[in-house]
Write a protein that binds this ligand. Sequence first.
Ligand code: CO8
Length: 254
Amino acid sequence: MSFETIIIESPVEGVGLIRLNRPRQYNALNSTLLGELGDALEQFEQDNTVGAVVITGSEKAFAAGADIAEMVGKSGEEMLQMIQSVSGWKAISTFSKPTICAVSGMALGGGFELALQCDILLAAKGAKFALPEVNLGVIPGAGGTQRVARLVGKSMAMEMVMNGRPMLAEEALERGVVSRVIEPEQIESEAVSLAKEIADRAPLAVRAGKDCVNKAVMTTLEEGLKFEQKAFFPLFDSDDAKQLMDAFLNKSKK
Ligand code: CO8
């Protein structure tokens, strides 16, 4: 499969990599890019050699949001149709394997919302996150208001959504939006090595862990605990659990 607005790298040691690639537009998410992102994720979903995926952009920008040139003049109905016609948003929200987003430079609007849909978010020093849609007379529409409010709390989320207040990498780390801040020249290799470590672990347990943590940020504690119990017990029937526990005990007896 060949792509125009993203670059995908053949899986190495279980890790697939997707690089957003519209450098002249700061990787603004147009429908071609969102369609290609959907295709790439589908390809990695089907590829049994892929255990985790890294999504990244360039040093200057992860993505500067939805493509404004594509949205200008559209009615609400036309926007809805355009969004529904591209596979990227749905594909990232339903992708079953772990996703690590490595953000350098800007992650604005839909770019930040895409990053927020990945499982682990890493930021390069100097990275900037913002939801500036209000400056265009709209609001975040790919989950930004909901995810940011859950991550940073109401007051800060209000500042970001109602006033476009940006958040720099260090603040994003303090507030739990990202799990690490890394030197720009090392972020991709760190993301790939983290992805390799995860890809090397028991896939059913990784999948269950991903689903449970994602559930935690979407539901009540009571529902989340029930979900975790449902995911926990079946893992004891997996070959991985049997082998890994045996291996632990056998080694510890030596
Ligand atoms: N869309 C289209 N083109 C863009 C975008 C964008 N989001 N961002 C930058 N560009 C283009 C510029 O138009 C310009 O093109 P050209 O060279 O042809 O004039 C080129 O990139 C370079 O941009 P600038 O000249 O502006 O460069 P600066 O370094 O001065 O500024 C910025 C860079 C800060 C990124 C600035 O361009 C900017 O503020 N961009 C807009 C950011 C923004 O508002 N993003 C939010 C968009 S709305 C959104 O994301 C809604 C998501 C809803 C998803 C719904 C799914 C269900």
